[in-house]
Design a protein around this ligand. Structure first.
Ligand SMILES: [Zn+2]
Length: 117
């Protein structure tokens, strides 16, 4: 599958300065509380419902860093992240499809900066 000219065999090294926001499992308790309040008050329009999926930055499991990542991988690989302190880890090790989706997202967002090493 070729997707918009992304070379599939390329191994990418991508600097990700900003936090990587991802959907977490479970619901956001504050959003659930807001929605309960909306539900209890018929005068509030339904559009006031808050999104209940929690969105949080990925954090290094060893030091808690949440930005300045270096991401490694090919288009079809689950992403491997290295934090600024040099800890290497693979998010969602039990769910490679998620890691792969993030890798592809980062490649597309990176402006396609190819590894030369
Ligand atoms: Zn770390």
């Amino acid at each position: 599958m070729s997707d918009g000219g992304v070379p599939e065999g390329t191994f990418w090294t991508i600097k990700v300065i900003r936090p990587i926001m991802v959907q977490m499992h479970g619901l956001d308790p504050s959003a659930v509380a807001i929605n309960d309040a909306v539900m209890d008050d018929a005068t509030i329009p339904v559009s006031s419902y808050a999104p209940v999926r929690r969105v949080e930055p990925l954090r290094c499991p060893q030091c808690g860093a949440d930005r300045d990542w270096t991401a490694f991988g090919a288009w079809t690989d689950p992403v491997r992240l290295v934090c600024p302190a040099g800890h290497s880890w693979t998010p969602w090790e039990g769910a490679p499809a998620r890691g792969r989706a993030l890798m592809q997202e980062l490649i597309l967002a990176s402006g396609i900066e190819e590894s030369r090493g």
